[in-house]
Design a protein around this ligand. Structure first.
Ligand code: PFF
Length: 455
């Protein structure tokens, strides 16, 4: 069975792909936007706590499920002994990721438009107001974002159909370090803008009076989203991990890099937003209207440098988004192909069809279908809310409960200790964390959202 599955070419391949999945629009686009809508630094503090208390342990739990079961996320739970409703936890996770892809692909499409804009010099010589107006004209257009959505989906499909080893591994290896260097340079550029200090304060000086009950759920949702947990994606990747891969080490490294990139993105966006007078709470448009200002103001007088730099940056960002999108398409693809005994190609096509239909609806909801609301939100925001803030934490909660309470303890401890190579105390501590603290934290955050504690 094991030998029949497509496998990663090198040991680091699967781990790199997991990092490629984590790092994406969640860091550069969604983190600053959620931080901006939830009051800045106080959100960051709660976010960091969520990463440590919920994120890392859950990531390890998902790795353990995937590596132990060596199968797709849907089958993993029954393979590990799940009975009754527990058998469907994996399905819930895969479904969540699938739905996320529907609007993630829309935003990936936006980044492709910005690659095009940067490449055709369409970003040069504009004011902050023009960037804002251009963005809203673009996203509300009934045709253009859809073309980019289709391109985004086709790219994603292409890589997934090429197979795990060739497609994903190759894509993940080169671009991430380059993106990191670009982000570092942009931080310096942004910090050098006039009035940048206010933005730094906004991100780093917590004001806890800005915290609402919903801030906790937003922070936890962002932690799930950014680390790619609660949706069966890491689990599917870990089913390709070698037996000796260090689950803790990998989880810590991935969470660490992911968080650093998110904070650095904040350090680009907020100083620039304050410098040019853009509201930090501008929502989904924040990154797209702020970044062009950074390129063209920081490299003022050097238009060719601004041109080259913005083009490269958007290219790298779309690559990072692509590796995440691939990881969102991978679980439904392997589920459909392994469960229904169809080829990966057909499975990926089926999975993509749903993304095209729902992605189109999400994209149009930013413009012509904007009046259609669910619970007061347009479709795009509704998908984001329902998946990141409801479905992901529920999937994560059930994964944690299953791993802590239902999975064979000996098997779990063997996985957690990486075949007994880690010290007992560390393994025990993580076991207790997964069993008690993790589910408790998620439940408390939900209860708090319902107003039970009034924080
Ligand atoms: N973690 C990715 C990001 O931060 O962009 C998004 C993502 C990928 C979410 C894969 C969920 C997932 F399964």
């Amino acid at each position: 069975m094991e030998s029949k599955r497509t496998n990663f070419g090198s040991k680091v391949g699967a781990v790199l792909a997991a990092a490629g999945s984590a790092i994406g629009l969640g860091n550069v686009w969604r983190f600053p936007y959620e931080t901006g809508q939830n009051g800045g630094a106080a959100f960051l503090v709660i976010y960091l706590a969520c990463i440590i208390i919920v994120g890392v342990p859950l990531m390890v739990a998902e790795f353990a499920v995937g590596r132990r079961s060596r199968t797709n996320n849907f089958r993993a739970f029954p393979v590990l002994g799940a009975k009754g409703a527990w058998r469907y936890v994996g399905f819930l996770c895969v479904l969540t990721g699938w739905l996320i892809l529907c609007y993630y692909a829309v935003v990936l499409g936006w980044t492709l438009e910005y690659v095009f804009q940067a490449g055709s010099n369409g970003l040069a010589g504009k004011t902050a107001e023009q960037y804002t107006a251009d963005f809203s004209t673009f996203v509300s257009d009934p045709v253009r974002p859809l073309i980019y959505l289709f391109i985004a989906v086709l790219f994603t499909l292409g890589v997934v159909v090429m197979g795990v080893q060739k497609g994903i591994e190759r894509a993940s290896k080169v671009m991430m370090p380059m993106l990191f260097i670009f982000i570092l340079i942009l931080v310096f550029c942004s910090l050098s803008l006039p009035g940048a200090k206010k933005g730094v304060d906004y991100l780093l000086n917590p004001d806890f009076s800005a915290v609402h009950p919903s801030t906790f759920l937003a922070a936890m949702g962002q932690a799930f989203f950014s680390l790619s947990i609660g949706m069966g994606c890491l689990c599917t990747y870990a089913s390709y991990f070698p037996r000796e891969a260090n689950l803790f080490g990998n989880a810590l490294n991935i969470a660490g890099i992911d968080t650093i990139i998110a904070i650095l993105s904040g350090l680009i966006i907020f100083p620039a937003a304050y410098s040019v007078g853009i509201e930090p709470g501008s929502g989904a448009s924040l990154v797209f209207i702020t970044l062009p200002n950074v390129f063209y103001q920081a490299f003022d007088g050097l238009p060719w440098l601004a041109y080259a730099f913005s083009l490269m940056f958007y290219l790298l960002l779309s690559m990072a988004a692509l590796t995440s999108a691939i990881s969102l398409l991978e679980p439904p693809t392997s589920l459909l192909s392994e469960e229904f005994h169809i080829s990966r190609r057909t499975a990926a096509l089926l999975a993509t069809s749903l993304v095209i239909v729902l992605g189109t609806a999400c994209s149009l909801s930013m413009g012509v279908w904007g009046d259609f609301k669910l619970f007061g939100l347009n479709l795009f925001d509704f998908f984001d809310f329902a998946t990141a803030k409801i479905m992901l934490p529920i999937g994560g909660l059930f994964t944690a409960l299953f791993v802590g309470w239902k999975m064979n303890k000996k098997a779990l401890l063997t996985e957690l200790s990486n075949n007994r190579t880690l010290p007992q105390w560390l393994v025990r501590m993580f076991y207790l964390l997964i069993k008690y603290l993790l589910p408790l934290a998620i439940i408390l955050i939900f209860l708090n959202e319902l107003g039970v504690f009034g924080f």
